[in-house]
Design a protein around this ligand. Structure first.
Ligand code: NAP
Length: 467
């Protein structure tokens, strides 16, 4: 049944609102407005779909929403910040699986989807859409499951490099494309089953060669795949809103992956092709090199004294700040220093924390002014003039091994040049703890470094007291 004109216009409006939402989200200052646009757009799309479709009754849909929403609510309340990346991967797997199920539902019940021709066969164009939707959905599903297992530590984070993997991957992909084409001439169940199975396998093969340290890029790439899966299903369901939304998620996820690849100095092609051209060296989760080199321990009083005397202070927040929820206390400290005439700036690495924009969100929550927050490439040259580099819960993003140690899992990732600052304060809980990539950090042992060992929030509270 073709949709009434008003419904098409409503979908168009929600599509425009989604575009405005993405535009709003491109800057912290407009991100709240962007979120509101997105919420209104989604409300319009959902209400329009409910009113114009009669596949299920409203109570049935309400029950499904209550069950899914209830599970989502409980998970969101319980989830620890540390488990966020694997939760996101798990959610992407569900989007992929939903696309596969919708595609199969359309195959088994084409009449309900309006894709049955009078001769009793499925419209060939719909068969291509169905094949693509199922393929992208299945790749997203199995790829996300592997990403989940790696991130949750239920599977080794190290890359698993199969011999001849590029040929196997390219061959499997070519076979999926060929079968999708063949599906237009032969709609038998064996063809769709083969497409589904091969796609599950290729999703698995694409993600196993990717090491733990590159997982942030993989998660955003899978986010992009889930968008394309939704867009392909939008074609099967003849739903304009789904096509627009899926394409927006797909393209913005791809752009985010590209930005993160640049931030980590990884090849974009390498990541989407599943470790294509990746260094076969170890990656992710390597044991911490326990060093017996000497290091200096500082106190909150030492830090307060030197911070107050400084002219330029650059604060580098990382994952530990999120764990300690130290952002509000940190802003208080920054404000106190500014009152003393110190020039305070916050430096954010694109992969600091455990999700894209993690540090931006926390600093915004603590009302740190946006004009004091700088990205890596905008501030890195300023460390040479900085009196103090104040590292709070960051580790990998300041690790010079990324610049010099070819065997390091973070080799090649641009990092902050904190070693150029006159004094470095490094807040972490113990010398034994390591960052996400699990490697030792030369900054701990530098002449100008003072380790401030303790919980980030408590340490900053003590510094504030001393100030
Ligand atoms: P990091 O390398 O994971 O280091 C976190 C540091 O915080 C550690 O030194 C840890 O040492 C310390 N810490 C933890 N809890 C603390 C607390 N309560 N108080 C004080 N310190 C605490 O963090 P990062 O520098 O932000 O780097 C992020 C890493 O995560 C990168 O390797 C990145 O690739 C990866 N990653 C990023 C994303 C993303 O999208 N942003 C997603 C997944 C993975 P102690 O244990 O000794 O305290």
């Amino acid at each position: 049944m073709p949709l009434p004109a008003w419904a098409l216009i409503a979908y168009l409006i929600s599509g425009v609102l989604f575009i405005l939402a993405l535009r709003g989200l491109s800057s912290p200052a407009s991100s709240r407005r962007g979120n509101r646009f997105g919420m209104i757009g989604m409300l319009i799309a959902v209400v329009t779909t409910l009113v114009t479709h009669s596949v299920a009754t409203l109570p049935e849909i309400a029950i499904a929403i209550a069950i899914g929403g209830g599970i989502g609510f409980v998970i969101a309340r319980k989830i620890a910040m540390t488990d966020m990346p694997q939760l996101v991967a798990a959610f992407h797997s569900l989007v992929g699986l939903a696309a596969v199920l919708v595609g199969l539902a359309a195959y088994f019940n084409p009449d309900a989807f309006g894709i049955l021709l009078p001769d009793g066969t499925i419209n060939p164009v719909s068969r291509v859409e169905m094949g693509l939707g199922i393929a992208i959905g299945a790749i997203t599903f199995s790829g996300s499951v592997i990403a989940f297992l790696k991130l949750a530590g239920k599977m080794s984070g190290a890359p698993i490099m199969l011999p001849g993997r590029h040929i196997i991957n390219l061959g499997t992909l070519a076979l999926i494309v060929g079968l999708t084409g063949y599906f237009t001439t032969d709609q038998s169940i064996e063809v769709i089953a083969a497409i589904t199975l091969l796609s599950f396998i290729i999703g698995f093969l694409l993600i196993i060669p990717i090491g733990g340290a590159d997982m942030p890029v993989v998660v955003s790439m899978l986010n992009s795949y889930s968008g394309w899966a939704a867009a392909a299903m939008g074609f099967t369901l003849h739903n304009t809103a789904m096509i627009i939304t899926g394409a927006l998620v797909g393209s913005s996820g791809a752009i985010l992956s590209y930005i993160m690849c640049r931030a980590m100095n990884r090849s974009f092609i390498s990541v989407i092709a599943g470790g294509f051209g990746a260094d076969d060296g170890g990656s992710g989760g390597a044991g911490a090199a326990k060093s017996d080199r000497p290091w200096k321990r500082g106190s909150a009083e030492d830090a307060a004294f030197l911070l107050k005397e400084a002219q330029n202070v650059i604060i580098i927040p990382g994952y530990g700040m999120a764990v300690a929820q130290a952002q509000h206390t940190l802003r208080e400290m920054g404000d106190l220093l500014k009152e003393e005439g110190v020039n305070v700036k916050y430096a954010i690495h694109p992969v600091a924390g455990r999700m894209p924009g993690h540090m931006n969100v926390l600093l915004a929550e603590a009302n740190v002014p946006y004009d004091e927050v700088f990205e890596l490439e905008d501030i890195n040259s300023e460390f040479a003039q900085a009196d103090v580099a104040f590292i709070i819960g960051a580790n990998d993003v300041v690790n010079p091994a990324a610049k010099s140690d070819k065997s390091s899992p973070i080799y090649g990732m641009p990092v902050f040049d904190v070693d150029k600052a006159k004094t470095i304060f490094f807040i972490k809980r113990s010398m034994g703890g390591v960052g996400y990539s699990g490697v030792d950090n030369d900054v701990f042992y530098m002449d100008q470094t003072m380790m401030l060992l303790g919980d980030a929030k408590k340490m900053v509270e003590e510094i504030i007291k001393s100030l």
